[in-house]
Design a protein around this ligand. Sequence first.
Ligand SMILES: N[C@@H](CCC(=O)N[C@@H](CS)C(=O)NCC(=O)O)C(=O)O
Length: 213
Amino acid sequence: MPIELYTWNTPNGRKISVALEEMGLAYTVHPVNISKNEQFAPDFLKISPNNRIPAIIDPDGPNGQAGGGAPISVFESGAILIYLGQKTGKFYPADPRKQVPVLEWLMWQMGGFGPMPGQVHHFLQVENPQDQRYGLERYAKETARLYGVLDRRLAQHEYVADEISIADFAILGWAWRHERHKTDLADFPNVKRWYETIMARPATARGFAVALS
Ligand SMILES: N[C@@H](CCC(=O)N[C@@H](CS)C(=O)NCC(=O)O)C(=O)O
């Protein structure tokens, strides 16, 4: 049965539509309008207790593992990506040694390359320049540092891990908003090459084209 995807048109939401398309999984989109506070609806909180999108319900469960067959819900985009990677065996290696760089770069995204540009988006909307200045400077600087880290990694690797993986999809969701956080990819040529390569993939393009709102 199709996976039920609760989401919205945001970087964290797009990570999952891209992964579902790349993995060839059937899914049904349930838009959660976060500008209308639908993320606080009691039914949504049952599957996403932190009142954030994305979340999924997999009616079939993680086939082939303990508990497979019973429906399961997953919140937090990183957990969803690992779940889908383990379920399908795609974009997430079975070899624990090969999992390490995937998990490193997935956690790097979850802890930094998301929260930091997200703060830039926030402070850009602050109208009072005095209130805006410190936060915008701090988070723009940290965002630029993170792009530099990614650029150096991609100077040595085609993708962030050994092969294209869920970590790339996670990072891509935020790189997709580079214009919004005032980043010129021309300043990060390896990121630009990586970004354009993945964006040219038909399944990734479908993941960005599907209506989430
Ligand atoms: N760590 C979470 C973050 C999710 C998140 O921040 N989602 C945003 C949209 S991108 C949201 O739902 N915001 C609603 C709110 O702030 O109430 C994840 O990766 O799933």
